[in-house]
Design a protein around this ligand. Structure first.
Ligand SMILES: [Fe+2]
Length: 298
């Protein structure tokens, strides 16, 4: 990071303390412009799942079994085949293999409890039920303990291809499959340990950006081709072609110093993409960064 006390995130100056002392959101809060606002039935369902998942998270009960409604299943059945087709063409091989091994189908919304048990056997990772997007530091405190927080609600049916917040389609079809891969699991947990340990807001922000441009919106070289492995791309029918082919986006090799100094806007289609040469490369880069920051987690 540059030597400065001013931290800028999403284009605005932020309090570095905000990065290390996370706020706790105790009630469902749909942002202005959310497609579900004004739909009483949707809001009631979201509140119900918010309370259920929050209880299971705080009491460490694991993912609850959820009885999905016909409308939720309809949305899953509409979105997942479109993503599946794009994944076959553009996702990295590691992702496609893992999705297949987890037997995530296009017809039924999977139960995260079952997937969590499978992950535990494969890579010693597990899923933590989350009532919504958790503050970054809280999120990575779970990851440091090999738990991946996942939502269990589904986006609003009026815009099945769009969600302003991470929902189950984003989590389950983006983040969850790569957790089957040992290299990915180790990369993720090291980011988690480092972010949960450092007392410095600027270092948390740097790790957040490292994670954003890899785990969330990363591209990767795969058998001589550029493929997708970031969850934010993999769970969006718009972002997959945009990330690989759009003239409005840049694609550069992943250089850590550049990445940790690059701001982004999570509310828009992304304009900067970085291509990692491999997962072991990202692991080496992360270890070097953690050493440079003197975070005692290696
Ligand atoms: Fe995500």
């Amino acid at each position: 990071m540059k030597e400065t006390n001013t931290l800028v995130e999403y284009g605005a100056v932020i309090d570095p303390n905000q990065m290390v002392v996370p706020p706790d959101v105790t009630e469902l809060d749909l942002e202005p412009g959310h497609p579900g606002l004004g739909d009483k039935e949707y809001v009631a369902r979201r509140k119900e799942l918010f309370a259920l998942c929050r209880k299971h998270r705080l009491e460490r009960l694991g993912p609850p079994i959820v009885n999905y409604t016909p409308e939720e299943t309809r949305i899953w059945r509409e979105v997942s085949p479109k993503l599946e087709e794009l994944h076959r063409k553009h996702a990295c091989a590691m992702y496609n293999r893992a999705k297949h091994d987890l037997a995530i189908t296009q017809t039924e919304i999977p139960q995260l409890r079952t997937i969590s048990e499978r992950l535990e056997r494969e890579t010693n990772m597990h899923l933590v039920p989350a009532e919504g997007a958790l503050p970054y530091r809280t999120f990575y405190e779970y990851i440091a303990e090999r738990g991946f927080p996942v939502t269990q609600f589904i986006r609003h049916g009026s815009h099945p291809e769009f969600t302003p917040e991470p929902d189950m389609i984003h989590d389950c079809l983006g983040h969850v499959p790569p957790l089957m891969n040992q290299d990915y699991a180790e990369l993720l947990t090291l980011i988690g340990k480092a972010a949960a340990t450092t007392p410095h807001g600027d270092q948390v922000l740097a790790l957040k950006r490292f994670s954003w441009f890899s785990i969330e919106f990363g591209l990767i070289e795969d058998h001589g081709q550029t493929k997708v492995f970031g969850a934010g791309i993999l769970s969006s029918t718009g972002e997959i072609p945009h990330s690989l082919f759009s003239k409005d986006a840049t694609r550069r090799p992943f250089v850590t110093e550049t990445v940790i100094n690059t701001d982004y806007d999570p509310s828009k289609m992304q304009k900067d993409f970085f291509i990692a040469s491999s997962l072991p490369f990202l692991r080496r880069e992360l270890e070097a960064l953690v050493r440079r920051f003197n975070i005692p987690v290696l």
